[in-house]
Design a protein around this ligand. Structure first.
Ligand code: NAD
Length: 493
């Protein structure tokens, strides 16, 4: 869209701090204008129907894949992550676009419900309609995968979208809007609004119909409060402190490989990254030894040099450093790396053991390439400690025989058994957390339905002699209802 004279901000290369782009700061009144246009667009977007929307979204996904090098390079430049990670992220995001495009129709199909005996003369149906204009606020750590998990599902359902990307990845946000508009049948279906926290805040009190937020729990609380004041419903995808449970019968080699990748990939900046391990004491020594051995082969560096990149957000370095120091001060031991591993903008791998549960390093999201490994005597203890967190996003369980049994006792939104991260790449399953990790879901049918509302439609098929919903109801009809209620015990409806 044409930009007026707006104040602007720069995005930076996280490795050397160089400014790499300048973007407008959208104000409250700019957002109001965009919402008005998006509301007009959503009517047309709904009218063209599922099949036409599917074609547009599939054309968009093809275009993204055609230009995968371009977008991966931009992601890598803004976040500092390796190109191969950026490419993988794009591929998974495209998979979500295609799944949403192909399944929106069936997920939103009108469902027929049983009316029950008392209302047996009625037909009962539930229709699903798009909400209208959806606001999406995104983080920087997976700047295409994360927002696309909301954007593409909202679009497929027939909504228009206003996307506010993180101030650390505005270029990716603009790229998404521009590429979509190359295949869009008309303007204003999908608009990116760049800016800082104030722009996100203004979006929360604009005339949108729902807001899908992904970011920290701290910001989510501000977003939820603001949206509540404007009666705007929210989806909140927030931080985590994901546990990994390792049973005595686990394949330790695989468990270590996946856990170290989960903890360290993307410089540990993954909401569902492993942060704490509870390993059965019978196999703990082997697990720790293998983790240390693997850590020694991994290092942070720029794209093309490191297994992972820098801390994208400079302020996170302080948090990471303080958690390592707190873990040691509270009685934990560094078995690989330590406070000296933090050399801004990079953090080299750190493996800690025996850190007390009360330590801030065990309680708060570190969001760095740090893993804490604690021993447990039983799987019951591992489950209880996993659940003792204020977070409840994801979890990993490593066991040959007890995986499902342990998984079903975890208070979190997603569990991978003998794997990690996999649920994020399976488009058909919902993604999200409980407790301070958020509410609502993205991905899968549940994620798509977040951007719709249910319209119940009941219709009289034939008229009964009983006049229940009328002032003409007679005492014998009252008596009949009471008799049937007693007789059928809840089977009346
Ligand atoms: P953040 O909370 O700092 O920012 C997220 C977004 O909110 C940004 O676009 C920012 O500009 C905007 N924002 C900031 N203040 C705002 C306000 N007052 N009102 C409205 N918007 C505001 O988070 P971040 O640092 O970008 O992302 C990292 C966090 O995101 C981590 O906690 C991570 O765990 C979480 N995350 C969660 C998921 C998930 O799906 N659960 C996925 C990725 C990241």
């Amino acid at each position: 869209m044409a930009t007026k004279q707006r104040p602007s901000f720069d995005s930076h290369n996280p490795i050397n701090g160089d400014a790499i782009g300048t973007y407008p700061i959208f104000s409250k009144s700019d957002i109001a204008d965009v919402v008005i246009r998006a509301r007009i667009a959503t009517v047309k977007w709904q009218r063209i129907g599922f099949s036409a929307r599917k074609q547009v979204l599939l054309a968009w996904s093809s275009l993204i894949m055609k230009r995968i090098e371009q977008i991966a390079e931009l992601i890598s430049r803004e976040t500092g992550k390796p190109m191969s990670d950026a490419r993988l992220e794009v591929s998974i995001a495209v998979n979500h676009i295609e799944w949403a495009a192909r399944h929106a129709d069936s997920i939103m199909r009108t469902s027929f419900r049983r009316p029950g005996l008392l209302m047996a003369n009625m037909a009962a149906t539930v229709e699903r309609s798009p909400l209208g204009v959806i606001g999406v606020i995104g983080p920087w750590n997976y700047p295409i995968f994360t927002p696309v998990g909301s954007i593409s599902y909202a679009l497929a359902a027939g909504n228009s979208v206003l996307f506010k990307p993180s101030e650390y990845s505005p270029g990716v946000g603009m790229w998404l809007e521009e590429s979509f508009n190359e295949v869009a049948p008309f303007a204003d279906i999908f608009t990116t609004i760049t800016g800082l926290a104030e722009t996100g805040s203004a979006l929360c009190v604009s005339e949108i119909d729902k807001l899908s937020f992904t970011g920290s729990t701290r910001t989510a609380k501000l977003v939820a409060a603001q949206c509540a004041s404007a009666m705007i419903p929210v989806v909140l995808e927030c931080g985590g402190k994901d546990p990994v449970i390792v049973a005595a019968d686990a394949d330790i080699k695989r468990a270590v490989d996946a856990t170290m990748w989960s903890a360290m990939a993307n410089a540990g900046q993954s909401c569902i990254g492993a942060e704490r391990v509870y390993v059965d004491e019978k196999v703990a020594d082997e697990f720790i030894a293998r983790a240390v051995e693997l850590a020694s082969t991994i290092h942070a560096g720029g794209p093309g040099e490191g297994n992972y990149g820098p801390a994208t957000m400079p302020s996170q370095i302080k948090v990471i450093s303080s958690h390592i120091k707190a873990a040691i001060a509270d009685g934990g031991t560094c078995v690989y790396g330590g406070p000296q591993s933090v050399k801004s903008p990079y953090v080299q791998p750190v493996v800690l053991v025996n850190v007390p549960e009360s330590s801030v390093a065990m309680r708060e999201e570190t969001f760095g390439p740090i893993i804490i490994i604690n021993r447990v005597a039983t799987m019951r203890e591992a489950i209880d400690l996993s659940n003792a967190s204020r977070f409840g996003l994801g979890a990993n369980v490593w066991s040959k025989r007890q995986g499902k049994k342990i998984a079903s006792q975890l208070q979190c939104g997603m569990v991978a058994i003998n794997s990690t991260f996999a649920f994020a790449a399976i488009a058909s399953v919902p993604f999200g957390g409980v407790k301070d990790s958020g509410s609502g879901r993205v991905h899968g049918p549940e994620g798509l339905l977040e951007y719709t509302f249910a319209r119940t439609v009941v219709r009289t098929r034939f008229h009964l002699p009983l006049k229940l919903l009328s002032f003409k109801r007679r005492p014998r009809e009252d008596a009949l209802v009471i008799k049937l209620t007693k007789l059928l015990k809840g089977r009346l409806s």
